[in-house]
Design a protein around this ligand. Structure first.
Ligand SMILES: C[S@@+](CC[C@H](N)C(=O)[O-])C[C@H]1O[C@@H](n2cnc3c(N)ncnc32)[C@H](O)[C@@H]1O
Length: 315
């Protein structure tokens, strides 16, 4: 999710100190930043590595990849890959580093530059073309999807990925409008949604949930997180850490469930000559989840929904 924009206009990394500590960085280790963004976390990780240390960063957004190539062009310890992190295990295998990775960071969602750039079509505050794709080199834009989606499917998406209680009213309003004229701009869509909602929430723009829902659906974010978590855990070395920052309950629910399941003893069928307690579990959860402290919230109120969870590979 978004964070503040610092004095250079870049994304201000969320839970930076906590994320670094949770990775327990070895200066000559191998690390992955699975969500490069504008490199706030990547830079901080690199600052803790010596000349033998290595960082491989991923981002599915071509703009983030171009920024990384420019920012770290003279940095031999750094590699950027234009790729969805749901393919992390395949890519790391190609680099010959499977089970050699000391830490993976995932900072989920969209970055400030993606939200603040109206041309990306993520924002209901700055009107721009209805795109909402993280990876603009492929996939369907929100404009094209909204021009063809069935009302029932739109209702399902708004409910499932936005937890929007006025999903039916909003979907009906969108479909009625698009049957008369095409919806092209985010500002237009935000207005249609706002007019369809009978009761407005204080301190929350009426289009927030719908925009989140359409974005998550078009970018298949939740499926990618499930696959990315499995892949990231599989490439860890013994003692390696997976640190994940989520920003809303849908993301955090997946992370929490994944970490709980992978660090639990398997239930054994009765009668087996093995005690469950004797089964060594290859992963453990590290401490409780971490949220932003007063100081960070003072600088960056948007960090209020950030939650960091950490997993360690034991075997
Ligand atoms: C919240 S930002 C990360 C900000 C970064 N930690 C920083 O300090 O600048 C998330 C970034 O991850 C990318 N991203 C989100 N989901 C992704 C996925 N499934 N695969 C690859 N990149 C993804 C987005 O394009 C965005 O640039």
């Amino acid at each position: 999710m978004v964070a503040a924009v610092n004095s250079q206009g870049n994304h201000q990394a969320v839970l930076l100190r906590e994320a670094l500590e949770s990775l327990n960085i070895h200066p000559s280790g191998n690390y992955i930043d699975a969500t490069f963004g504008r490199g706030g976390h990547s830079l901080a990780i690199l600052q803790q590595l010596n000349e033998k240390g290595r960082l491989i960063a991923f981002d599915q957004d071509p703009e983030a990849v171009a920024f990384a190539r420019q920012k770290f062009k003279d940095e031999p310890r750094f590699t950027i890959v234009h790729c969805n992190f749901n393919r992390v295990a395949d890519v790391i295998e190609q680099y010959g580093r499977t089970e050699k990775i000391d830490g993976v960071l995932m900072d989920l969602g969209v970055s400030s530059p993606q939200l603040d750039d109206a041309a990306r079509g993520f924002s209901f505050l700055r009107s721009g073309p209805l795109d909402m794709r993280m990876d603009t080199s492929q996939g369907e834009t929100a404009r094209h999807w909204l021009a063809r989606v069935k009302t029932a499917d739109l209702i399902r998406v708004l409910k499932k990925y936005g937890e929007e209680k006025f999903a039916r009213r909003i979907a009906t309003a969108i479909v009625e409008t698009r049957n008369e004229r095409e919806i092209i701009e985010t500002g237009d869509l935000a207005e249609i949604i706002a007019n369809a909602i009978p009761v407005k929430e204080k301190h929350k723009h009426p289009a927030t949930r719908s925009f989140q829902a359409i974005r998550i659906y078009l970018n298949e974010e939740l499926q990618a997180i499930e696959q990315g978590l499995t892949g990231a855990a599989s490439v860890l070395a013994k003692g390696g850490r997976l640190s994940v920052i989520s920003f809303h309950s849908l993301e955090d629910r997946i992370v929490k469930r994944f970490m709980r399941n992978i660090s639990s003893r398997p239930k054994l069928p009765a009668g087996l000559p093995v005690m469950e307690a004797d089964i060594e579990v290859p992963y453990r959860q590290v401490g409780k989840s971490i949220i932003a402290g007063k100081e960070e919230l003072g600088i960056n109120p948007r960090a209020r929904s950030a939650r960091l969870r950490v997993l360690e590979r034991r075997l």
